[in-house]
Design a protein around this ligand. Structure first.
Ligand SMILES: [Fe+2]
Ligand SMILES: [Fe+2]
Length: 196
C-alpha cells in the first residue's frame, strides 16, 4: 500500500493540523497574558507555541511532504475551538496537551508501528513526551494564575527582573522593580518543570 493511503499518513495530517492550531491558540493565550502585563508568562506560552510549530514542521517535512501523492488530503477529525479568560485558556491548553500526550499520539504511534512505520512511531512518541511536559507547565500556570501565586511563595525564593537583572530573595516579588521600574510581570517565573 502506498504511504499516502495509510492510516498513519492520515494521522500525520491530523497531527499537523492539530499542532498548527495549538500554536495559534497559544499565541492568543500569550496575547491575553500581555493584556494583564504578565510578560514572562506570555514568554513561556510563546515558547510552547513555538514548540508546537516545530512539531508541525517535523510532521510536514519528514513525512507528509515526502510521502504524499501531490493531492490534497481530506482530514476527518475534531478540533477544539475554545478561548475564554487567561486562566480558562491555560486550563483548556492543559486538557488539550493531556489528550495529545496520553491518548492521541500514543495511539498514533501504535498504528504507525502496526503499519510498519517505526520512524513515524518514534516521532509521535517523542512528541508525546514533550506534550506531557507542556501539560505540566500549563497545569502549574493555570493554578498559579487562579490562586494569584505566580509571584508568591510560602518559602523565600530568588526573584529576578528579566529586564535589568535586579534580584532579591523574598516570599513575594516586588510590584515595581526597585532598579528599573519594570512591572511585576517582568519578573522571571518559577515554573518547576523542564522545557521553559
Ligand atoms: Fe505539539
Ligand atoms: Fe504541546
Amino acid at each position: 500500500m502506498q504511504f499516502h493511503s495509510t492510516q498513519t499518513y492520515q494521522n500525520l495530517a491530523r497531527a499537523f493540523a492539530g499542532e498548527c492550531q495549538a500554536g495559534m491558540r497559544y499565541q492568543m493565550i500569550a496575547k491575553l497574558a500581555m493584556k494583564e502585563n504578565l510578560v514572562r508568562l506570555a514568554d513561556a506560552v510563546k515558547t510552547i507555541a513555538k514548540n508546537e510549530t516545530v512539531h508541525a514542521t517535523q510532521f510536514f517535512n519528514k513525512f507528509l511532504e515526502k510521502g504524499g501523492n501531490k493531492e490534497d488530503v481530506l482530514i476527518d477529525a475534531t478540533y477544539p475551538f475554545h478561548a475564554g479568560t487567561l486562566a480558562e485558556g491555560l486550563k483548556f491548553a492543559e486538557g488539550d496537551e493531556k489528550a495529545e500526550a496520553t491518548e492521541i499520539y500514543p495511539s498514533f504511534a501504535e498504528v504507525a508501528k502496526r503499519e510498519g512505520f517505526n520512524d513515524v512511531a518514534a516521532l509521535f512518541t517523542m512528541i508525546a513526551e514533550v506534550e506531557n511536559s507542556h501539560r505540566d507547565i500549563f497545569r502549574y500556570l493555570t493554578k498559579a494564575v487562579k490562586d494569584g501565586t505566580l509571584y508568591k511563595s510560602n518559602e523565600p525564593l530568588l526573584w529576578v527582573c528579566s529586564e535589568c537583572g535586579y534580584m532579591h530573595v523574598a516570599t513575594e516579588a516586588w510590584k515595581v522593580c526597585p532598579l528599573c521600574k519594570a512591572g511585576q510581570g517582568y519578573v522571571d517565573l518559577h515554573i518547576p518543570f523542564k522545557g521553559i
